[in-house]
Design a binder for this molecule. Structure first.
Ligand code: SF4
Length: 194
């Protein structure tokens, strides 16, 4: 078995003087010896995100902000003007509320719901135990719609595991997840880990 961070009870990487286990994958890491990483962190686009995320996450930690509030701070930090919301139709009410909050915060907002395009299992010749006329989620199209809108940041709300991967893969804008789909735990997916 290969040991890694999932087996670590020390988590010493949280502090400069923290203890690391012998199997630590970051053993020997030194920024000076990772020129490729230094180059990527110095890239202006990445630098902008690093700075904005450090500020918004720090403020959220200090003030116990909600993820929605943190997302607003992050979006402002990267000077986002137009925000895309890639949402699940079963969370349509929450998607609408997110649109209202983000518009009130000064952003232009455009939404793309998972079932848009209304393609069916029959359309794709899919045989996975669903009725042929069941409508499929359409994450590549969601991404395409938001790409055409030239959004600065896409916010995911409730996309299923797998559909989210295709959306993120095809999104031209940065993506952040506001909520994930969890049928069992009412979308509080971390509860399965406690
Ligand atoms: S990076 Fe090293 S110290 Fe940090 S969690 Fe992983 S194994 Fe533990």
């Amino acid at each position: 078995m290969q040991y890694s961070c999932v087996d670590c009870g020390l988590n010493g990487c949280r502090r400069p003087d923290g203890q690391h286990p012998a199997f630590c994958p970051a053993e020997g890491f030194d920024l000076e010896h990772e020129p490729w990483l230094g180059e990527r962190l110095a890239d202006p686009e990445n630098r902008r995100v690093v700075e904005a995320a450090a500020a918004s996450a720090g403020t959220a930690f200090d003030n116990k902000l909600s993820r929605l509030e943190e997302t607003v701070l992050f979006a402002k930090g990267i000077d986002a003007r137009k925000i895309g919301i890639a949402g699940c139709v079963s969370l349509a009410s929450e998607v609408r509320n997110a649109g209202k909050v983000l518009r009130a915060a000064g952003f232009e907002v455009v939404g793309a719901i998972c079932k848009m395009g209304t393609i069916t299992h029959a359309d794709l010749d899919l045989h996975v135990g669903r009725k042929p006329d069941s409508v499929l989620c359409n994450p590549i199209y969601q991404a395409q719609v938001l790409n055409k809108e030239q959004t600065d940041l896409n916010v995911l709300i409730g996309l299923c595991a797998g559909h989210d991967t295709l959306f993120i893969k095809h999104s031209e804008a940065l993506c952040t997840v506001l909520a994930v789909k969890d049928f069992k735990y009412d979308h509080h997916s971390v509860l399965a880990l406690r």
